[in-house]
Design a protein around this ligand. Structure first.
Ligand code: AMP
Length: 214
């Protein structure tokens, strides 16, 4: 399976990517998870990315492409990958196409996860994430809460609200999605790769993707 998951913040990309990864062994590559890790580690890259992320803005394309060119060249990607949160701009999508051509990799599909704005806003407000950079398991205080004491059920670390899940940052992330990322739907439609999948309940979304028989 070599797919891209497209969708607004809160559309379910991370949750579905983890379900697919457990199901078929393809690696989940989330630029958001990679960036949160380097921010926590305080690396040069992390220092450059931190402010953009906290304000809900996109990290510059050049930094993202530096990360992704290296990541996609790693041998585990040959077995399959699920790109989660990348690409997010037309520039990233164009450069990704060049990288994949160079590596001789063909994408199966670009899956656009679709959910109404009211559901997206509710998911983002109730989402909690494991603070352990190596885990970053996703919870929801309403329908998938962490263990007692806000502990991650996978690794036992503290589960927290992300720094970019304040009301202002959420509004900015949605605005940025509409402006910079939504145009990728047309981009991949032209490439004949687009599949629209409704993302209301994780189990149903997962089943709809499995039905594509990738
Ligand atoms: P996410 O976990 O996918 O919601 O990403 C969290 C934040 O990381 C985003 O709001 C951006 O600031 C940054 N980010 C993640 N992926 C990208 C990307 N492909 N391009 C630019 N910024 C990104």
């Amino acid at each position: 399976m070599k797919i891209i998951l497209l969708g607004a913040p809160g559309a379910g990309k991370g949750t579905i990517a983890k379900m697919l990864m457990q199901d078929n062994g393809a690696v989940q590559i989330s630029t958001g998870d990679i960036l949160r890790t380097v921010v926590k580690e305080g690396t040069e890259l992390g220092k450059k990315a931190k402010n953009y992320m906290e304000n809900g803005e996109l990290v510059p394309d050049a930094l993202i492409m530096e990360i992704m060119e290296k990541r996609l060249g790693q041998p585990d990607c040959r077995r399959g990958f699920i790109l989660d949160g990348f690409p997010r701009t037309i520039i990233q999508a164009t450069k990704l196409k060049e990288i994949l051509e160079k590596l001789g990799i063909k994408l199966d599909y670009v899956i656009s996860l679709e959910a109404p704005l009211s559901l997206i806003l509710e998911r983002l407000a109730t989402r909690r994430t494991c603070a352990n950079p190596a885990c970053q398991e996703i919870y929801n205080i309403k329908n998938n809460p962490p263990a007692e004491g806000d502990k991650c059920r996978v690794c036992g670390h503290k589960v927290m609200q992300r720094a970019d899940e304040t009301e202002e940052a959420i509004a900015e992330r949605i605005r940025v999605y509409d402006e910079k990322t939504a145009p990728l739907i047309g981009f991949y439609e032209k490439e004949n790769l687009l599949q629209n999948v409704e993302s209301l309940h994780a189990a149903e979304t997962f089943a709809a993707i499995k039905a594509l028989k990738i």
